[in-house]
Design a binder for this molecule. Structure first.
Ligand code: PLP
Length: 397
């Protein structure tokens, strides 16, 4: 007899048995360097709140004020009655910050990728994607009717090979869309966007970069990867990002031409059919942009901390991979070792999560650390000495 729900517990038990179920830790209070997790005071080493803006006084104040002036919710989807003046102001401020013609804000970065990518390529088109792109890009691509090809991670020679193959296709593809993360979240490396844009130009292809981990981090004042490479805006057609990481709030966005934005809001089903941001979210995002424009010290401090942490860890003998950004993996090899390291670090007061297969290769299990501008030198030394002590105990160094 068919059971309607037996798979729920069966599949969950399989995950538990294979130790790949998520064990959720609970943050009791704000995401600050010293915070309370599962009742224990720990140093936060795995938040994407790179600049600490989630608790910046101006950001919090803007959110509270917006509740007073606009209420707690928007009441509708954007195209009906859910576009408020603050949503428009946010889009204008973001476009100005990005030096783009126009920007469009979605509820989340995931909603931006899942809503826009399927509209950019159809049956007669080809999508070419970096093999390590984020899951939200992958799901966006899954919703497409276009043909798909993958190029080796950050390998522009392989991208050229795929492109040359694509040009042999009969009939020729109507459109070609290249998708890449800007900063890859598992390794912290940066996509060769300058070279990707050159290849795209030769073939008349569209370039879409997901800069979720580059914003607030790379480029002039944290303007992101297009600024980092000083690229001509015309050559990167969609710069996608999120307010959920360095901006410290929540919300996805795309920046580019007015044509892109007009197209995107009329076609993205996630934008059209899902409620818009509550006013405090939109207002907090505006305030976060304001802080980035007026207080460059946060991005600078993030990089100073990043350089100090990476160098000291490397000097101690840890394998910190090839990261070029504040995401610093501490690669230990086997999953069991990474998990043990995570547990021991937590006991010593450091909150950093192990990343294991299938999220990374079986022999590349790691603790992924995320740097934060608000960590002091004393905090960093506290974390580094815990890594050193446990690293020696577990024979990692
Ligand atoms: C590369 C990348 N793209 C998109 C997202 C999704 O962003 P959001 O949290 O705004 O949905 C993430 C978040 O994990 C990400 O790392």
């Amino acid at each position: 007899m068919r059971s309607p729900t037996a798979f729920l517990s069966q599949e969950y038990q399989d995950l538990v048995k294979n130790e790949i179920d998520w064990k959720i830790r609970i943050l009791e209070g704000p995401s600050t360097p010293w915070c309370k997790v599962d009742g224990k005071k720990v140093l936060m080493f795995c938040s994407n709140n790179y600049l600490g803006l989630s608790t910046h006084p101006k950001v919090k104040e803007a959110a509270m004020k917006a509740i007073e002036t606009h209420g707690a919710g928007s009441g509708s989807v954007r195209p009906i009655a859910g576009t408020m003046d603050i949503h428009i102001e946010l889009e204008k401020r973001l476009a100005k910050f990005k030096h783009a013609e126009a920007s469009l804000v979605y509820q989340t970065g995931f909603a931006a990728n899942a809503g826009l990518i399927p509209q950019l390529a159809g049956k007669e088109d080809l999508i070419i994607s970096d093999e390590l792109n984020h899951g939200s890009i992958i799901d966006g691509v899954r919703l497409c009717h276009a043909e798909r090809a993958v190029f080796k991670h950050a390998d522009t020679e392989d991208l050229k090979r795929v492109m040359n193959e694509a040009e042999k296709h009969i009939p020729s593809y109507r459109r070609i869309l290249i998708l890449t993360d800007g900063v890859f979240s598992m390794d912290g490396d940066i996509a060769p966007l300058d070279k990707i844009a050159e290849i795209a130009e030769e073939h008349g292809a569209m370039v879409y970069v997901d800069d979720a981990h580059g914003e607030g981090v790379l480029g002039e004042g944290g303007r992101g990867i297009v600024s980092h490479f000083k690229l001509d805006r015309e050559k990167v057609h969609v710069e996608m990002g999120t307010f959920s990481k360095a901006f410290g709030v929540v919300g996805g966005h795309v920046s580019g031409s007015k044509d892109l934005v007009n197209f995107a809001y009329n076609k993205s089903r996630t934008w059209l059919l899902s409620g818009s941001h509550p006013p405090p979210v939109a207002a907090a995002c505006i305030a976060a942009i304001d802080v980035l424009e007026k207080e460059p010290q946060h991005v600078k401090q993030l990089w100073d901390n990043t350089k100090y942490f990476k160098k000291t860890m490397k000097d101690l003998g840890f394998n910190v991979g090839n990261s070029q950004t504040p995401i610093t993996p501490v690669i230990v090899g086997e999953s069991g070792v990474a998990k043990k390291l995570g547990v021991r670090l937590f006991e010593e007061g450091i909150f950093a999560l192990p990343i294991v297969f299938p999220m990374v290769a079986r022999d590349k299990a790691r603790i992924r650390t995320m740097m934060n501008a608000q960590l002091t030198k004393k905090d960093l030394d506290f974390a580094i000495s815990a890594f050193e002590k446990i690293g020696k105990q577990l024979k990692i160094i």
